[in-house]
Design a protein around this ligand. Sequence first.
Ligand code: 5GP
Ligand code: ZN
Length: 112
Amino acid sequence: MSDCIFCKIAGGEIPSSFVYEDDNVAAFNDVNPQAPVHILVIPKKHIASSAAVDDSSVWSSLMSSAVKIARKLGLEENGYRMVINTGEQGGQSVPHLHLHLLAGRNLGWPPG
Ligand code: 5GP
Ligand code: ZN
């Protein structure tokens, strides 16, 4: 998608420093962090939201990458949260599937 900000980041059109990258996934720091660790993990190919996933390998690559990053950053001991907002009421503001990896403070529950 030519006008999608996360496609531009994944494709290198917007220069970004990746926390993690493989053939299918890229991960980078959120521009407006909500916790000391706030990383976005995205599929490189454009998928509008979780509701548009039609191939379960997307889930395995996204989730396993997030867990790998959490392990690499040593987040397991104190814990972390993975969030995928979907659609308007779900709080999704960027229409390219992304997983938020949050850590580094006590995260409240229920979410807002
Ligand atoms: P959503 O609200 O869709 O679940 O999350 C979108 C996230 O993308 C937000 O946390 C927002 O701060 C982040 N974001 C939006 N635009 C950019 C950008 O250009 N660069 C980065 N690194 N993060 C972005
Ligand atoms: Zn996109």
